[in-house]
Design a binder for this molecule. Sequence first.
Ligand code: TQI
Ligand code: CA
Ligand code: ZN
Ligand code: ZN
Length: 173
Amino acid sequence: LFSYFPGSPTWPRSKKSLKYAVTQTSLTPFDQATLSAVFARAFARWSAATTLNFTETAASAGDADITIGFYAGDHGDGEEFDGPLGTLAHAFSPTDGRFHLDAAEAWVATGDVSTASSDVAVDLESVAVHEIGHLLGLGHSAEPEAIMYPTITSRTRKVDLASDDVVGIQSLY
Ligand code: TQI
Ligand code: CA
Ligand code: ZN
Ligand code: ZN
């Protein structure tokens, strides 16, 4: 079963369109186009299940609801990153909008994570789909099939919402 954050915070239900920006990329090997494509696919999985829609905006525009960036170690929000594996990423509850990824992970942006040369490779889209669930207000699920289940194995790809995720998000928005 899905869960929400304490108090069930959400984005305003009148606001159907959320803007996101990739604001910190200096610590990743990926170019902006690769990152844009991965995050667009991850957001599309949630917009397909809800009446919400997501559009990318330029970091320089300063109008993003959701900001995405790669950080290493202690990066000033009290939740430090820890090198390969362990904590992969974190996102804050609505309406904070911050989504941080550990720059030390062996991120795979192409989807073929099972054939990655690193045995600590992590699929970027899978983690993004999970963290977007948190950004929208979902906590963890007790359902192992759910995107919001709090475990992922390295070198696996898990990007499809389970019915548990869909019921959870549809009851919020
Ligand atoms: N990051 C944790 C997570 O996103 C951070 C976290 C712990 C958290 N408790 C939370 C975030 C409560 C919001 C609310 O769950 S993680 C997975 C999963 C992580 C874990 O790096 O451990 C995924 C990131 F679920 F697979 F284990 C992405 Cl997909
Ligand atoms: Ca880590
Ligand atoms: Zn952070
Ligand atoms: Zn989580």
